[in-house]
Design a protein around this ligand. Sequence first.
Ligand code: NAD
Length: 488
Amino acid sequence: MSVTKNDTTVLKNYINGEWVNSSSEVTLDVPNPATNELLIKVPVSTKDDVDLAVAAAKEAFKKWKNVPVPKRARVFYKYHHLLTENHEELARLIVQENGKAYNEAYGEVQRGIECVEFACGAPTLMMGETLSGIAEDIDSEMFRYPLGVVGGITPFNFPMMVPMWMFPLAIACGNTFVLKPSERTPILANRLVELFTEAGAPKGVLNVVHGAHDVVNGLIEHKDVAAISFVGSQPVAKYVYERTAGEGKRVQALSGAKNHHIVMPDADIDRAVQHVMSATFGSAGQRCMACSAVVVVGDNDAFVAALKREADKLNIGNGMDEEVLLTPVIRKEHRDKVLSYIEKGLSEGADLIRDGRKEMSDHPKGNFLGPTIFDHVDPEMTIAKDEIFAPVLSLLRAKDLDEGLEFIRRSRYGNGATIYTNSAKAVRKFREEADAGMLGINVGVPATMAFFPFSGWKDSFYGDLHVNGKDGLNFYTRKKMITSRFEA
Ligand code: NAD
């Protein structure tokens, strides 16, 4: 099966403008989650491979930082064109390696392209600030400069969007980059770098080193890596944040989530159900902005019944098949972990009103699990607290909005939260008091666009400056202040 242009049995790294074999003999399989057919193998690269990539990026930085900003931006105009031209192929690659539905993958590619649009604005973004007359005959100016070599480490669930949060803006700002894609969805990264090279990126500006922990640690520890952008699960995000900060480096680490959707008694039930269904079961619940807990306010059994009815009708299958919403989870091992969470929910006394395990035998080859819904979940239960990252939904019952907001406050995570209501008063209270960084008002997946920060709170984010928007710009640049005296 041909998955990329440089397809061989083992994926190659991309270092200094060339496809090279990893120095490691160790590989991991990359199967299609819908069929478990082997797509390709990914090398578990070593710190030696990291050294080569960082050396190439360091050398490329010497020239790239001095390329005029409008010229750097022009590479991204070309890149935008190429990504748009290859939109469908990129989406198909995502379905193959990640398993999500084609229309979701298509949307993900669009989200990635929007990051490139933002990076095209580099000349405006990179502008500094000036003030004449800070004292007699004295002016002040602020200029922005890139940091140097930046390392990016990404998760399996958005093979396109998450890398695109990182390298386009970093590189447009004048940095050079070493990307370590998820070893579970590594294929797309090679196509992204191929197109970036076609767009005119000089060698060494973007490098890809495949692998796992050793590559991550190699990047963190390398003296020539100035900053790390990380997106992944909570324990790893905290580890990467602490270790990188300990090295005295700049770091942003986006982490796990448990997003609550509050359904108020006045909400339009059909619409709320439609949004909850897609936010919960889209991408098999493997989104950092997935809905994994619904707070049902009041005695709204009609909402619960309608949700269950829709869940029973859900199309389950291979993401390449039309009209499929519920696709497989990433690996069999992950599904096993999810099954143990279902057992835990039962043993802790939650009410399993829809058991997705019964659909597993309909799709024996892939890592499928049907829509699973627990009702009357207590906020202290494990299934209410942990990120399960699967099509498993907890329904919590609250007597009023205050209690619903309290459930959100008690969660260690704070990526997103949504309210369904027609009450302006409830909306305002929710906006002011919900303890999360990205809120939806009658919006199921309130993920921000590239010109705003992706703004998780609490254990959903470690660092100061988020990805995207002005935060991203500030993360990838450092400022220099000039104070000048103009005497006769
Ligand atoms: P993961 O933490 O398993 O892997 C992320 C990256 O870290 C991978 O590149 C992996 O190779 C590396 N890694 C894993 N374990 C490591 C270790 N012990 N030491 C060093 N490196 C290690 O995450 P995942 O399962 O690929 O992705 C899903 C997670 O990412 C979910 O928790 C999800 O919420 C989160 N996520 C968060 C956001 C956000 O914006 N907050 C966005 C997307 C995904």
